[in-house]
Design a protein around this ligand. Structure first.
Ligand SMILES: Nc1ncnc2c1ncn2[C@@H]1O[C@H](COP(=O)(O)OP(=O)(O)OP(=O)(O)O)[C@@H](O)[C@H]1O
Length: 407
């Protein structure tokens, strides 16, 4: 008599069907699945037939792409190791409301939590209905466990950095170097146009510097208590540019640092008479090196599947969904882990729709259908957030929204 006993981890539907198929062909066998290699879609089956073990391997032609096993909020809240959640998407879809509600939920679940905004148009203060401005840690009143907010002003972060690096372009150094016959190096320094870089920064630099600033904070003792960090990021375009920025900065800062190496090793005479000039040059170079290192950390943080998750927030509208699909594709290209898609502002069910609501609902259903057929989005765990009839402001409202969305 055929029997099919599965050896863990063979517990999926696919493996159980496969065992049944195997036993129907080998009625005298007792089988178990030994392993499954998703890349090659190969199964190895162990069977016991006539008191002997046999191993057979199968290649399955088409296996549906395994949807990543994502549990709900339980999975997000489990463990005390620090985890980062970045919420991003098109402007106005509800990123801040979702980020703030997630932060409240983490805090109410016992995690000392930090919610950070790196969006130049901050709305955390509006969302919490408390003044959280100032660029430093501000406690949020209301949740059961400590919840702090940090609104980083990207302009200020850039200005701070700029004031130190500017010193390196001082005429004293240039004159001195001309005098030493190193005019060529001065020209090269000029070509780097560091001042201009900071006056008209490439898109994404502001956001990158803001996140770099957060990384700097997070290294300090004061921040060591936080086990959950939620980022309310800038709208999609900024996020995408931010992701490609570290490579650009790495290259340009690398160039500057190489030049510094040249200058400092060019002649020991420069070192001995550089005096103040050398110190400022050194300060600026150190600052640049620090920025470069932080950029690398930011990039690593975004790609660390163990500690970081990027949650895409969208609404059931064609334009927003198209943008989310592009965002997901770009994040995938950059190896940024994405598991969940929040579709916010879905019309709640109603028995008596007015004409406007009926049309709107039809439109939303069409958009939701698009998600199911979108190769980038259909694989994500879908979280539906209802459109609520009051503005979401303040901790009680955020708790209410969080309890609906983060389950
Ligand atoms: N599910 C919802 N039901 C009702 N109103 C909502 C919902 N989600 C968000 N809102 C409201 O929509 C507005 C925009 O939300 P929010 O500021 O969170 O969006 P955002 O994506 O962060 O915007 P921005 O890109 O401008 O920063 C706010 O007034 C907020 O209260």
């Amino acid at each position: 008599m055929a029997s099919c006993s599965l050896i863990p981890p063979a517990s999926s539907l696919v493996s159980s069907s496969l065992c049944k198929l195997f036993t129907s062909r080998n009625p005298m066998a007792t089988v178990g699945l030994l392993s499954f290699a998703p890349k090659t879609s190969s199964f190895v089956i162990l069977s016991i037939k006539q008191r002997a073990y046999h191993e057979s391997s199968f290649r399955v032609r088409s296996v549906a792409a395994p949807v990543e096993d994502v549990a709900g909020f339980d999975d997000m809240v489990a463990g005390t190791k620090r985890k980062y959640y970045m919420l991003g998407g098109k402007g106005g879809v509800g990123k801040t409301s979702c980020a703030a509600s997630l932060a409240v939920k983490f805090a109410n679940s016992g995690h000392p939590t930090l919610v950070v905004s790196t969006d130049p148009a901050h709305s955390l203060s509006d969302s919490f209905a408390q003044d959280l401005t100032g660029g430093t840690l501000v406690p949020v009143e209301g949740p059961e466990c400590p919840l702090f907010a940090l609104e980083i002003n990207p302009d200020k972060a850039r200005e701070e950095f700029r004031s130190t690096t500017q010193k390196s372009g001082g005429t004293e150094v240039k004159d001195f170097m001309e005098g030493m016959g190193l005019g060529m190096l001065v020209e090269q320094l000029g070509e780097l146009k560091l001042g201009e870089l900071l006056d008209t920064p490439p898109p994404g630099l502001d956001e990158a510097m803001a996140i770099a600033k957060v990384m700097q904070f997070l290294e300090s003792q004061e921040y060591s208590m936080f086990t959950r960090i939620v980022f309310d990021t800038a709208p999609t375009g900024h996020t995408l540019r931010l992701l490609s920025l570290p490579d650009f900065l790495d290259a340009s800062i690398g160039k500057i640092l190489k030049l510094r190496q040249k200058i400092t090793s060019a002649t020991s005479a420069i070192k001995s008479v550089f005096g103040q000039g050398q110190t400022t040059q050194q300060d600026a170079a150190d600052k640049l090196e620090q920025l470069r290192e932080r950029m690398i950390k930011v990039r690593e943080l975004f790609r660390d599947t163990d500690s970081t998750e990027f949650v895409i927030v969208t609404i059931p509208a064609v334009m927003a969904i198209n943008e989310s699909s592009r965002l997901r594709a770009s994040l995938k290209k950059e190896n940024v882990p994405v598991k969940r898609l929040v579709v916010n502002q879905i019309l709640p069910p109603s028995a008596t729709d007015c004409k406007f609501c009926a049309m709107k609902r039809k439109d939303q259903l069409r958009a939701l259908d698009m998600i199911q057929n979108d190769p980038e989005l259909s694989i994500l765990t879908l979280i539906q957030g209802p459109l609520v009839d009051v503005e979401i402001r303040g901790v009680p409202a955020l708790k209410f929204l969080g309890d609906i969305i983060w389950k």
